[in-house]
Design a protein around this ligand. Structure first.
Ligand SMILES: NC(=O)c1ccc[n+]([C@@H]2O[C@H](COP(=O)([O-])OP(=O)(O)OC[C@H]3O[C@@H](n4cnc5c(N)ncnc54)[C@H](O)[C@@H]3O)[C@@H](O)[C@H]2O)c1
Ligand SMILES: N[C@@H](CCO)C(=O)O
Length: 434
């Protein structure tokens, strides 16, 4: 059999951003030109590129491409069919060039979760009004094809819950703290030296980057407009090595876990530290890897695991989008027309769950009874408890509650000081049932 030929017109890319991801895309286009053409029936070509510094030594041959200093000029070039936005940031050049590309009749592929979390609805409306397509597989969980899974393979399901570990840096920090027995500050510094952290580290450790990703998945899963401002965000900065160890003693791991679910009270979106069973797939996830768990009414639970960042995995996701466009696969941005997406009604409170409590209890007769009484008064019922030996005048007590609300836990925490047997600030972390 003769090799397939690429007889169709080339698909011409204009790539803005030649950093980690951009160069990864250039390398795939160059390395696999023949394979990509065979798979789509047409050559995939790069016609023009743009980045801040033209003279920078990059790990790819860019000599065959036109250079634009202005990404907007790149996005509107006549010889560009698809504008590939790999600059980052949700304002400035990324937004302006994406809008310019759509206005000029180009399709857009982006890895920019911040852009979509902040402007996804407006961009989707603009794109669809212009008959253009925006694709963004790389924006969520890097190399894991989760957008494709939701918009295509699982499209026949009513989604029940979407959750996952979507920031590799936070998962690296938490697992490194546990493995090496190091405090948060030391591991944060290590991660910084290794170049894992975003330019603004709070995007990672503050949960914002992962919150962007969760809000995008929630929009697709539940047919709602992206509502990043409604995501309850809490970072990992307050997680201590003590909590990691104590949670381990009770059979749990601490993860920065994103959960989105449609409840009778509205759309719940949380990106917060949670406890998950140590033996569960999420509990066993180590290092910088991502995991997304999708639950649909017909399919049940699907678990996707893989590299959430890095040159190869992220460029792989970008190329998946490019190939879909080359093949003529044109889906609405969030899986259904933008004007049919509903306004998300945020759930004011999160669904009841068991909680883990760590309380530093004084060594006094009746101390435990007083704590139990405060919990009882707040309507919190104890499922399991563990008390450590008193080396000093106080010792930690760990409590796993039955399902309760965050309000009840907060009411109990407010009641503890009056007992005069609790030292310091108790720690309360939600346990996510899987
Ligand atoms: N690096 C990853 O592993 C990863 C994973 C998933 C998604 N992303 C997303 O991919 C995008 C790119 O990330 P990256 O890690 O490659 O970034 P990077 O910092 O390595 O590269 C950014 C590139 O964009 C260029 N750029 C920035 N602003 C520009 C401007 N105003 N005009 C022209 N060029 C400009 C820079 O010169 C640089 O070449 C971001 O949206 C990021 O969130 C990255
Ligand atoms: N800072 C992100 C990069 C990928 O989006 C992470 O650590 O997962």
């Amino acid at each position: 059999m003769s090799a397939p030929t690429a007889s169709g017109a080339p698909l011409r890319l204009g790539i803005a951003g030649l950093g980690t991801v951009g160069i990864g895309v250039v390398k795939i286009v160059q390395r696999h030109a023949e394979m990509l053409a065979a798979r789509t029936g047409r050559p995939i070509e790069i016609t023009a590129v743009s980045a801040r510094d033209r003279s920078k030594n990059r790990d790819a041959d860019l000599s065959g491409y036109a250079w634009e200093t202005d990404p907007v000029a790149l996005a509107t070039r006549e010889d560009v069919d698809v504008f590939v936005e790999l600059m980052g940031g949700h304002e400035g050049a990324a937004k302006a060039a994406t809008e310019a590309a759509l206005a000029a009749g180009k399709d857009v592929v982006t890895a920019n979760k911040a852009l979509l979390a902040h402007h996804g609805q407006a961009l989707a409306e603009t794109a669809e009004a212009a008959g253009r397509v925006i694709r963004f597989e790389a924006a969520v969980a890097g190399g894991i094809p989760v957008i494709k899974a939701l918009t295509e393979g699982l499209a026949g399901n009513q989604m029940r819950r979407v959750m996952g570990v979507m920031n590799g840096t936070c998962n690296y920090i938490l697992t490194r703290m546990e493995d090496a027995g190091l405090p948060y500050d030391t591991v944060f510094e290590e991660a910084s030296q290794l170049g894992y952290l975003e330019a603004d580290p709070n995007l990672d450790v503050g949960g914002i980057d992962a919150g962007h990703k969760l809000s995008i998945l929630a929009a697709i899963a539940f047919g709602t407009k992206v509502a990043f401002d409604d995501v309850v965000l809490e970072g990992i900065g307050r997680i201590s090595i003590d909590d990691i160890r104590r949670a381990g003693d009770m059979g749990y791991k601490i993860k920065l876990l994103g959960v989105a679910q449609m409840t009778g009270r509205g759309l719940e979106q949380r990106m917060t530290p949670c406890l998950v069973p140590a033996s569960s797939p999420l509990g066993q996830l180590t290092g910088g890897t991502n995991m997304v768990v999708l639950e649909g009414d017909s399919v049940g639970q699907i678990v996707l695991r893989g590299a959430g960042a890095g040159e190869g995995p992220t460029a792989s996701a970008v190329m998946g989008d490019v190939l879909d466009l080359a093949r003529g696969l044109r889906l609405p941005t969030f899986g259904q027309p933008a004007n049919t997406l509903k306004e998300a009604q945020p759930a004011v409170t999160s669904a009841p769950a068991p909680y883990y409590l760590r309380i530093q209890l004084m060594d006094k007769p009746g101390a435990l009874a007083k704590v139990a009484s405060v919990l009882g008064d707040a309507g919190v019922s104890i499922s399991r408890m563990r008390q450590y030996g008193h080396a000093d005048s106080s010792a930690p007590v760990l409590i796993v509650t039955h399902k309760t609300t965050r309000d009840a836990i907060d009411a109990a925490i407010e009641g503890f000081p009056a007992t005069r047997v609790v030292e310091g600030e108790p720690v309360a972390i939600r346990i996510e049932e899987l």
